[in-house]
Design a protein around this ligand. Structure first.
Ligand SMILES: C[S@@+](CC[C@H](N)C(=O)[O-])C[C@H]1O[C@@H](n2cnc3c(N)ncnc32)[C@H](O)[C@@H]1O
Length: 274
């Protein structure tokens, strides 16, 4: 599906999944192939080390929160979703599974997260990125609410799932279940892996790459320890008594550089050492 189809759908499709789509999606999320994927993703997230607090954006019925709770029992888990009906569903699911005070659910948009900067050790998301109307803004929000050195792990299905991955999934779950998983794209088209990486490169994150976990392509983004805003990918070199800060074209956040220019915060001038 091309860019025209994508922009058409983005314009006319509501961003969150509304009722009664929430009822259907909740039922799908309990199917074997979905549950197996939440487990796989929860284990994959745990590989990035201990985390005190994790945010799940576009949490839907909250199944990933529950899977993470089993794998990381001491972690505080916060799920947000733009659809109030989805959050109601997730709350109901959490009550059915057994209330846990470490799990919190809120209605919120990925593009305006109601959290202070540096709140979370990880930001994760499954199957939601292709719904976001302004993914760069959403990823920039993820960057803001992450602690330095934290990871954002953004999992989504992609148009160009490698044939080997598709074959393994078909063998494991059968073609019908795999088709159920891909129903995600019925409403809004998926990106491809390269497009996911390109989104990351337009933010302040360091893009570590994309990997596959089951059917999901994961965009691995790291908030640099000493994040310099849009110049997170900058390099320095010294000439005489001057230290020059160079932003790598096309890698640092263009929005941040534009903002600095607007405020006359010339990054080159700022870096000049007296
Ligand atoms: C396909 S569902 C995936 C739900 C869940 N993460 C999972 O893997 O089962 C996508 C979810 O993203 C939510 N969503 C879409 N756009 C959003 C946004 N801008 N901010 C927050 N949530 C959003 C939808 O309401 C929906 O619940």
């Amino acid at each position: 599906m091309g860019d025209h189809w994508r922009s058409f759908m983005k314009r006319f499709h509501p961003e969150g999944i509304p009722w009664p789509g929430t009822v259907l999606y909740n039922a799908l999320s309990r199917s074997e192939i979905f549950l197996r994927h939440y487990q796989l993703v929860a284990h994959d997230i745990a590989r990035y080390g201990e985390a005190g607090c994790i945010l799940d954006i576009g949490t839907g019925p909250g199944q990933l929160l529950w899977a993470m709770r089993k794998v990381m029992p001491d972690t505080r888990l916060v799920g947000v979703d733009i659809s109030p009906s989805m959050v109601t569903r997730a709350r109901r699911n959490m009550e059915t599974y057994g209330r846990d005070p470490r799990i919190e659910l809120r209605v919120a948009s990925a593009e305006v997260l109601p959290f202070a900067g540096g709140t979370f050790d990880r930001v994760v998301s499954t199957g939601s990125l292709h719904h976001w109307k302004d993914p760069i803004r959403a990823l920039s929000e993820a960057h803001r609410v992450l602690k330095a050195d934290g990871y954002a792990l953004i999992y989504d299905l992609v148009r160009d799932m490698p044939e080997g991955v598709r074959r393994d999934l078909r063998t494991q779950f059968g073609g019908f279940r795999l088709a159920l998983l891909c129903l995600h794209s019925f409403e809004e088209p998926f990106l491809d892996a390269e497009e996911m990486g390109a989104l990351g490169r337009q933010t302040d994150f360091e893009v570590e790459g994309t990997t596959f976990t089951g059917a999901f392509c994961c965009l691995v983004l790291k908030k640099a320890a000493h994040s310099l805003g849009g110049l997170g990918h900058a390099a320095t070199d010294c000439r005489g008594s001057f230290c020059c800060l160079r932003a790598s074209a096309g890698i640092g956040s263009k929005t941040e550089i534009a903002r600095m220019a607007e405020k006359d915060m010339n990054p080159y001038r700022q870096a000049k050492l007296a």
